[in-house]
Design a protein around this ligand. Structure first.
Ligand code: FE2
Ligand code: FE2
Length: 220
């Protein structure tokens, strides 16, 4: 009769499995396929003409948001690969699906504004994937705490961008408002899955890293 693997061997197998998933997720990069639905909140709004200055300002803001969604894809992919809680995994994957829709809306709006995503998106994705993995391997409470803090910071950031968009850019504003509602829901679901409050130095580091990303992605 074949003997069952020892618990330590099972644990080692699971760890190896997760490592393979993590490397695979990193190698695949962001999922940029359109969500295949008509969920874009700007779809039915008129594309009001903008001056060149306004168009460039909107494009810089939407490029930052596009990069943010690339990072969100990386975080959710990394964290769903490492979570040990099946319910949390389902929630992370569902949120990741919504982030993919956000990414598509931002990409569409950038094209409408005759602009382009950040040329450094591959690097942002890899960096976010590494950070997401680092929190995820510390356990679900840290992982969810990191997600909760990330989504809260994104909600505040979107307030700032909504205030800075040109007044006539209703299509970008509709996208950012829907994203803000979704990100707030993602933060709430992280709390429901036992998010641990992150210490202040970590929260400040995250803000600093996000500020760097925003400054660079707006230009490159
Ligand atoms: Fe998002
Ligand atoms: Fe989110």
């Amino acid at each position: 009769m074949k003997s069952q693997p020892a618990p330590a061997a099972l644990r080692a197998y699971r760890l190896f499995d997760r490592l393979i998933m993590a490397v695979d997720g990193l190698a695949r990069g962001p999922d940029t396929h359109a969500p295949g639905d008509d969920s874009n909140p700007a779809a039915d709004l008129p594309d009001t003409p903008l001056s060149d200055t306004e168009r460039r300002r909107s494009a810089a803001l939407m490029r930052v948001n596009h990069t943010g969604e690339i990072c969100a894809q990386a975080l959710y992919a990394a964290q769903s690969a490492w979570t040990t809680d099946p319910a949390a995994c389902t929630t992370l994957q569902a949120a990741g699906h919504e982030e993919r829709a956000h990414l598509d809306w931002c990409a569409t709006r950038l094209r409408e504004l005759e602009s382009h995503p950040s040329r450094l998106d591959a690097g942002w994705f890899a960096g976010a994937y590494a950070i997401g993995t680092a929190f995820a391997v510390c356990g679900d409470a840290w992982s969810m705490g990191f997600l909760d803090e990330t989504e809260r910071q994104v909600v505040a950031h979107l307030d700032d961008h909504l205030a800075r968009l040109p007044r006539g850019d209703r299509r970008s504003a509709a996208i950012l408002r829907q994203m803000q509602r979704d990100e707030a829901r993602h933060a709430a679901s992280a709390m429901r899955h036992g998010a641990r409050a992150l210490p202040l130095p970590l929260r400040l580091m995250m803000k600093g890293q996000a500020a760097l990303m925003k400054a660079v992605a707006a230009r490159i």
